[in-house]
Design a protein around this ligand. Sequence first.
Ligand code: ADP
Ligand code: MG
Length: 723
Amino acid sequence: MRFQAIQTAQSRKISKVKTDVSDIPSLFGSNVFGPDAMKEYMSKDALKAVNEAAKTGSSIQRDIAQKIADGMKQWALEKGATSFSHWFQPLTGLTAEKHDSFYEVWGGKAIEKFSAGSLVQQEPDASSLPSGGLRNTFEARGYTAWDPSSPAFIMEKASGKTLCIPTIFVSYHGEALDYKAPLLKTMALLNKAATQVCNYFDKNVNNVSASLGIEQEYFLVDKALYDARPDLVMTGRTVFGHAPARGQQMDDHYFGAIPSRVFNFMYDLELESMKLGIPLRTRHNEVAPGQYECAPMFEDINLAVDHNQLLMDLMEEVGRKHGFKSLLHEKPFAGINGSGKHNNWSLITNTGVNLLSPGSNPNSNLQFLTFFINTIKAFHDSAPVLRASIASASNDHRLGANEAPPAIMSAFIGSTLTKVLNDFKTNNKTSKDPADNEVITIHNLPEILKDNTDRNRTSPFAFTGNKFEFRAVGSSENCGRPMIALNAAVANQLLEFKQDVDALIAKKKKTEDAIFEVLKGYLIASEKALFEGNGYSEEWAEEAEKRGLENVKNSVESLDSYLSEIANTIFVKNGIFTKEELHARYEIKLEDYIKKIQIEGRIMDELVYTHILPPSLQYQKTLADTINSMLSSGATKASTHGLSELLNEISNHTNSLKMATDLMVNERKLANTIADTKQKAHAYCNKVKASFDEIRFHADKLEHLIDDDLWKLPKYREILFVR
Ligand code: ADP
Ligand code: MG
């Protein structure tokens, strides 16, 4: 299979992507029921209702919903859709669909029908999707409900088109079973909290929304080679594989010329994304061989998350067309860089002001510093929850692996802002003398920041001029999860800020002075989370420990933070999750961890017995036979010494491999008998997974030692360099 796969990969024809470049403007959003299509297919009152609902969350009357459904159906039918589906994001991290036909059979005739009810709400059987114990089996019903703030779209497959309606997914009792419902709640809370704070500076602001731009890293490997690696197919990563002679040490891949076949894939992906209104803009090679990145223009956070989920689905689809498999796993290959997903996050007002962009006068700079320092304080206080919000078995391989930020949550702000904050902190200004404003160092911020190109790739949370970049998010993650945590943390912080400032105002402080005083306190309370140096270094780990910052390297431990006091404050107190919902999410993530390690353990076990031991033993026998026949035809012991050594080496590895694998299997069986989810996850982490390295060590040695012709699994050099 390995050699066949190599041949298939090498003989692939490069499939050209057909487009008329002049068509691109009309291509953008052509499969989206966006503003233009809505205007054309819906009555004025229906349009108004949708826009209102999208903006304010107001409910839509039944008769109006029917008008919307009619318009949407008309548009979809003209586009050639035959079915519709509610499209949602269950806690598997993937997207889910349940398709229904537009056609119903009446009196032997197919009649098209799409009711208001089907638009607004559906009832997929939820019993096979994770609920973390929120749902008893006798209440297996789950409900999907339309999210009018994310437009419907048409998903095109080779043999049919489906109208997809973005929805939230909740249980019979209304508990959230997805990422969208809580994300929408955090958006509303953040809007309320940030608008109040904005009103200290500008009474015209009546809406604040979070913006998000997501940089997606991924690997592309040939589909045939992928299929010949059962570990990749089963787990998304290679559990075995000797390091290739050349990895990424030549530094020749990053920003290098994009190979033609890959280029065609990217181009096709961009066109398909365009149809769905996903504004992809950037494409380039990443650091590791076979690794790439793409990024869209930033959008409203809800839409950006939906679009990233769609993008990941498209990568799969488009990859297939080009004979590729795109790998979204955080660490598909040991020893070379893994993949992340940088979440660029900011806050934008209805008046068009980016609140994390320094302004052009002292007042707007104070507004900037208000949101800047509050974000840092929120990050500092909620760091363990933010860490938990990106915890997964797959991201564990990446965090702190000298290529991605460590598990220590620190923020980088650059030298200019570090100086500004230091001045800010030591400035003992009172408002007695209004002219004092002039001496506040913040008044010429924009000039200093204009060309601020400070970058720090080693920080998990970096300020990059007009936004924060949460860089620790894993490449396969649903960004809703970390963004729920970040939104909630910042919203909670802004609510607190408003209270603290108002308390001082009530004591007759001037507003500006109150703001200064409170911010100064926040800065002092949270500055230990600020770090400008090399996040990959040993020294930082030591320094962070001295500062009392957590460094939780494994997910199982990190997930405990979902049950912490701070999680309770930002989520439960603010009505984002109930205690039960939060606990359910904790359980689901632990279960997810267990299952992933269990599958990895099983595939390791299987591959050792079926793919690694057989060729190794065959070669071992060949060697033994050779030595024996040499000796029996009169060769001296000394002349077979080297061969005997090799034979010994190989048989040591085959023997140890078998033993180590059996030990792991035993640990797995033991772990499976544990009823308590947390204890079981701990066993999977500390016993089962802990034994993987030893198994891998022997397997990889064997790959290195035995006859290449016998080896069954495609090697790293083949998967990463054949294209
Ligand atoms: P890099 O960090 O690699 O230099 P860019 O500066 O191009 O990349 O930005 C990366 C992402 O950040 C893009 O998706 C971009 O649209 C997004 N971005 C830019 N400004 C904002 C903003 N104000 N809010 C959220 N995302 C933003
Ligand atoms: Mg970036």
